[in-house]
Design a protein around this ligand. Structure first.
Ligand SMILES: NC(=O)c1ccc[n+]([C@@H]2O[C@H](COP(=O)([O-])OP(=O)(O)OC[C@H]3O[C@@H](n4cnc5c(N)ncnc54)[C@H](OP(=O)(O)O)[C@@H]3O)[C@@H](O)[C@H]2O)c1
Length: 279
């Protein structure tokens, strides 16, 4: 066993949303590399061999978060790495989305992560160190049409993490954002759509959502995100932001370089907002 593997063996890692997609790929990879990994799901299949310990967790509930961190502490006595990954995609025009649907989106994607951080920080401060990773998105840097509240929840994570990083640096706790582009996971299959529809958006919505689903289905392998997370977890001084996947690396650079109107025209073209299909 290498020195790195020996060191990692003592580290306890909690990965939220490890029943599928990035969470599952990450929890599996870290467990293979010798970390003591706890994954979570809202109703994890008890009959399945996950390759890591599975704890029940619904990030929308204070009680569930408390019970999850307590359960982990009873088993390990420490929490070295928290990977906030749980999330879902809410689709629909902003006008079509009810405030209650928008709140639900934030309750999972933003407050869910904030709840986990609040539960983990006292433990990490006491331990005099820890690592917090937040799975944001390319949508946290560039908003996606017909995903206004999903994009807003990821932009919120970006702003929150930047402030948090300053606050906990002195406690030897690092905060990093993982910003994936499009990847083949269950994200689009598990997506929720706003219940209300406004007919004037119908054609545009359909074309934009088709383009989004196509991009996720044709996306890259989630193992790439897991490998990046493995590197961040093992890094001596993790950075604030990590972009992963070709679109996440390319598009923010283009956005910074080209005039705003040209970039907007590109987004409209890619999501076929003005009627054209087939790019
Ligand atoms: N796929 C992409 O292209 C992409 C790109 C950028 C960012 N992301 C982000 O990556 C993260 C993981 O998504 P994914 O693509 O891997 O999708 P996924 O395959 O659908 O996985 C989502 C995970 O989140 C969990 N989850 C959902 N609601 C939860 C809740 N209330 N409490 C606890 N866990 C909950 C699900 O677990 P249960 O249903 O078992 O509870 C599942 O394990 C999300 O934050 C997503 O926004 C994805």
């Amino acid at each position: 066993m290498s020195a790195e593997e020996k060191a990692s063996k003592q580290q306890a890692v909690l990965v939220t949303g490890a029943s599928s997609g990035f969470g599952e790929a990450t929890a599996s990879l870290l467990a293979q590399r010798g970390y003591r990994v706890f994954g979570t799901g809202r109703a994890p299949d008890r009959n399945r061999a996950w390759g890591y310990e599975m704890l029940p967790l619904d990030v929308r509930s204070d009680d569930s978060v408390r019970a999850c961190v307590q359960g982990l502490m009873e088993r390990t006595g420490r929490l070295d790495v928290l990977i906030n990954n749980a999330g879902y995609e809410l689709a629909g025009a902003v006008e079509e989305t009810s405030i209650s649907e928008a709140r639900d989106q934030f309750e999972t994607n933003f407050f869910g992560a904030a709840r986990m951080v609040k539960a983990a920080l006292p433990v990490m401060r006491k331990q005099k160190g820890g690592r917090i990773l937040l799975v944001s998105s390319l949508a946290g840097l560039i908003s996606v049409p017909f995903h206004g509240f999903y994009s807003a929840s990821k932009h919120a994570l970006e702003g929150y993490a930047e402030a948090l990083r300053h606050e906990v640096k002195g406690f030897n706790i690092s905060v990093s954002l993982i910003e994936p582009g499009f990847f083949r996971t269950n994200l689009a299959r598990a997506a929720r759509n706003s219940i209300e529809t406004v007919s004037e958006y119908a054609g545009m919505r359909e074309r934009a959502l088709k383009a989004f689903v196509r991009a996720v289905q044709a996306g890259e392998d989630p193992g790439l995100v897991a490998s990046l997370i493995l590197t961040v977890v093992g890094s001596r001084s993790p950075r604030l932001r990590y972009r992963v996947g070709k679109d996440a690396k390319r598009l923010p650079r283009i956005k910074a370089l080209v005039p705003e109107a040209a970039f907007e025209a590109g987004v409209r073209r890619n999501f076929h907002l003005d009627g054209q299909e087939g790019i």
